[in-house]
Design a binder for this molecule. Structure first.
Ligand code: HEC
Ligand code: HEC
Length: 433
């Protein structure tokens, strides 16, 4: 409205002042002409449709974190503080040398920049960031966990990550005075009814758990069911505290978001904006006629939350990796899933798990979770196996897609070298220092 008025006024001034061009009033004519050029430039730069797409991609500073009904302490500050300490504690690994933060390093946007993670042993996959993970429904590249807290339990017992066991983790909580009081303030007394106390405190066994080495598993099997459940209960709560901490790690708006914000503001004044190359790259990214990017990388995190096959699975050789097809099975079997006894959710609140697509005809083999595209400047190397060191290589991978099944869902994507540079420039506008 404001602009219409000022444009009408300008038009009037222009016709009126033209005859006085040689007198001082001509100056106003010039100002109006410049204004007109500027407003038509921003208007023609983006169509309404494009502006709507850009708006759907921008990150709000205060984007609310979704509820986590399976975790009753998800939003507790005390739980986040406790969980933060656990996240950095190397004593929770078998060799005392690895914490969550060894691989998810705060100064590297919570990744390690290694091709494949290096923990107590060598891992098969690349370390993803955990910033913004509160917005996800599935965890790991294959989505084999359905909550942040269930995910957080897995590295403790993964032989190549922290290599420990739930018995040792629970013992650490029970024996460290500070941890024990933080735990009990949140979740109530350890060992309710005394169940499990002897096993945990006696130190006869240093490790026991259903997923570790043969000895760990044998030890675990020797416990009566109520003892197992008492240990699991504490273990699950440890995960819930860590999840509360992880939920505080939210992505920050970048140059791209500020640009879209100004584009949407009434003044349409674009400053501190994007370069011409970045704008050209954004156009390629959001143009469904030219690229498919937006089909999978959409929303404020540039990830649709789903699993897609883009031809990156490893079906032969020494490092087999079938992706989502096993993730689906694993999450249904996980005793810490949303429907399990350690979850705080009502079954009706476990929508994602209940409506999980188990249809074997859907091409889950070789499908991976679509990663977000924010802060890529800090999170190299890329893909589930860290196969690409540079963003150029990722873009070239998409450019090489042929119209055949080897590329999964990808279709041929034809752009010039210059446009590939522009696409990369755009992707980097989603990164800030
Ligand atoms: C040895 C390195 C290493 C350690 C230690 C480690 N992680 Fe990870 N983390 C990884 C790797 C690698 C993946 C991806 C593995 C996969 O998809 O199979 C991952 C995945 C994740 C994810 C899923 C992110 C997503 O987008 O799906 C979260 C959350 C996470 N880790 C949190 C933790 C927490 C909490 C701890 C400590 C209890 C921890 N990690 C310990 C390497 C590590
Ligand atoms: C059909 C869905 C789909 C389409 C279309 C798609 N991607 Fe992806 N993208 C994925 C998946 C899935 C992965 C992870 C694959 C893996 O880890 O093996 C990925 C990975 C990436 C990565 C690596 C991120 C990281 O942290 O490892 C980048 C960058 C990327 N895509 C950019 C793009 C761009 C640019 C386009 C358009 C040219 C595009 N993608 C089109 C699904 C898609």
């Amino acid at each position: 409205m404001q602009r219409v008025v000022s444009q009408t006024m300008c038009r009037w001034w222009q016709s009126y002042s033209y005859q006085y061009w040689r007198s001082g009033i001509g100056f106003l004519y010039l100002v109006c002409a410049l204004l007109a050029v500027e407003s038509s430039a921003t208007e023609s730069l983006w169509s309404d449709r494009e502006v709507r797409i850009l708006a759907s991609l921008r990150l709000h500073k205060d984007m609310p974190v979704p509820d986590s009904p399976s975790n009753r302490v998800a939003n507790s500050d005390a739980a986040a503080a406790f969980g933060g300490q656990l996240f950095f504690d190397k004593r929770l690994s078998r060799n005392g040398a690895i914490a969550c933060a060894s691989c998810h390093q705060p100064e590297r946007y919570f990744v390690d920049n290694l091709t494949k993670a290096d923990g107590v042993g060598a891992n098969m996959r690349n370390t993803p960031t955990i910033v913004g993970s509160a917005y996800l429904s599935w965890f790991y590249w294959d989505g084999r966990r359905d909550s942040l807290w269930a995910q957080a339990l897995t590295p403790f017992e993964a032989p190549a990550e922290m290599g420990s066991s739930r018995l040792a983790v629970v013992r650490m909580i029970a024996q460290d005075k500070h941890y024990r009081s933080a735990y009990e303030a949140l979740f109530g007394p350890l060992f309710q009814g005394g169940i499990g106390r002897d096993v945990v405190m006696s130190e006869k066994l240093s490790h026991a758990g259903p997923l570790g080495s043969k000895e760990d598993r044998r030890a675990w099997q020797s416990f009566p069911r109520p003892v197992k459940q008492a240990i699991n209960e504490v273990f699950a709560n440890v995960g819930k505290a860590i999840a509360a901490y992880e939920r505080t790690l939210k992505p920050a708006p970048t140059r791209f978001d500020r640009y879209v914000e100004t584009l949407l503001s009434k003044e349409k004044r674009i400053d501190g904006g994007l370069s011409n190359d970045e704008i050209a790259g954004a156009k390629i990214f959001i143009d469904a006629q030219r690229s498919q990017c937006l089909q999978c990388h959409n929303g404020p995190l540039f990830a649709n939350g789903g699993f897609h096959n883009i031809g990156t699975g490893n079906f032969d050789g020494s490092e087999l990796d079938f992706g989502r097809v096993f993730g689906v099975r694993a999450v249904l079997l996980d005793e810490f899933n949303c429907l399990g006894r350690y979850s705080d959710a009502k079954p009706t609140q476990c929508r994602e798990l209940r409506f999980l697509n188990r249809n074997a005809h859907v091409p889950l083999e070789g499908a991976y979770k679509v990663p977000g595209l924010r802060q890529l400047s800090q999170t190299k190397p890329y893909m589930h196996d860290g196969r690409f060191e540079r963003l150029e290589q990722v873009i070239d991978f998409y450019r090489a897609a042929k119209d055949d099944s080897a590329n999964g869902e990808l279709q041929p994507f034809v752009i010039s070298d210059r446009e590939a540079d522009q696409l990369k420039a755009f992707l980097l506008s989603l990164s800030d220092q």
